[in-house]
Design a protein around this ligand. Sequence first.
Ligand code: WTA
Length: 571
Amino acid sequence: MKVEKIPVAPGNFNLKNYDEAYANFDWADVEKEFTWYETGKLNMAYEAIDRHLLTERKDKTALLYSDAVREESYSFAQLSELSNKFGNVLRNLGIAKGDRVFVFMPRTPELYVSVLGTLKVGAIVGPLFEAFMEAAVRDRLENSEAVAIVTTPALLSRVPVKDLPALKHVILVGAKGELEEGQVSFEAAMADATSDFEIEWVDREDGMILHYTSGSTGKPKGVLHVHNAMIQHLQTGKWIVDLQENDVYWCTADPGWVTGTSYGIFSPWLNGATMVVRGGRFTPEDWYKTIEKYKVTVWYSAPTAFRMLMGAGDEVIKQFDLSSLRHVLSVGEPLNPEVVYWGLRAFNHRIHDNWWMTETGGQLISNFRCMEIKPGSMGKPFPGIYAAIIDDQGNELPPNRMGNLAIRTGWPAMMRQIWSNPAKYQEYFNIPGWYVSGDSAYKDEEGYFWFQGRIDDVINTSGERVGPFEVESKLVEHPAVAEAGVIGKPDPVRGEIIKAFISLRDGFEPSEELMEDIRKFVKEGLAAHAAPREIEFRDKLPKTRSGKIMRRVLKAWELGLPTGDLSTMED
Ligand code: WTA
């Protein structure tokens, strides 16, 4: 297959020659850049923030924040002091190394201070996306036995405090009026706390952050990352994100998802970058205005966002000065070639796609600035990473053959546990020597990887991973729903949308109102992004004889494809 390549754009890159770097790379050389290389004692928050206080970066702006009402900026020194204080707040509550502290907040400076302070006492951060509703919050706090949560009065109603015996402290940002037992005012506690703080040194393999993510079956699983991940966050920040001293970097992802922490907190600050955080909702004008206002130079976003911007038209772009941009990146879902061409047309920039997952903790495959881009390809493995396409037995397949996208085990940011579920963890490593991603892909003869799809039923809607089982479980709690099967339906903007096939209980009839009611039920019970955009009522759903809904058949119905082998289907 002949594919057009987009040549390397002129510029000054951190990584000059990919092949050479790939051939000579050793993670051990990256480790030497940290002081803990000799001491063995480390802490992500120290490396990301406090360490810079010994350098010229001390008063450099670390965070540029704005939303509809606030506009603030924080230097590394200020973040260091605030997170020290928050560390003391937690310590005064008796929170210590290994405890799980959840952060359930809109994207505000307090969120970042809370994450850093939690790390400073050696506790494990559990970030929760602000759109989660009660069931989603409950599952995660219950599974991890969290001892504390930092949240706001508005989100508190979704935290079932009384049902969570392990949860002892609720730290409220912006609390007004009387507090209940177990509640702490963030502002009052911060005002009382000193900024004298002795950081908790941890070991490389100690838990740092717990990101819950979805699979095709079962409840969301807690993917545990350890402090050692910083090695990869530092180096990918240099070579993929291409962070340089004077950059103003904007990662549009929310810290509730892995991109919003690995590349929205750790990687940029380890590299001493100035980072923009924008609270509030997406509009094309607002996004372009953010780039113009802060003179953003490096912009990391996602295909759905680019497609929405593309849909808003090129006229909008002309109203803004986007000339500060020098590097654009994308992650989370397949980046369509036409979006790459739009990027060239609209901003005169290549959009650099890269691939990784919650479980991998950091970027693994990428289009590097110093390399030609084949639109539609995710690029090539990061130095130190061996990626391959393998069959189900673990044999590597020749070029252009589709198979399992797998990585040789043992990179620095690889997850270390699925929280309290070793069996689930093991499933990723069933083929000895490999981490099997669950994505299918092929590699071309030049070593570029091409994403083909998910092997399981996991849905990727607007770059957010949704497990069909979670949505189905919520749906069947609705009084009208007898059975439900949920699939991802291809969508030109969102990649996929969630579609539910539903059979109703006796006494209920399909109607527009019922559809709306069911949608609202999921939205309010689980999360807005998990609610099915489309619902189709059916008298019966295809099931195996053991009673499992056959999503594969639903998908075939939806796409008008042959349903394949139906031998296991009930009559
Ligand atoms: C998908 C997000 C195509 C993939 C960092 C993966 C992608 C899942 C790409 C992980 C890409 C991620 N092209 N698909 N460049 N990047 N994906 O855990 O299916 O939210 O397995 O991590 O998103 O999603 P997660």
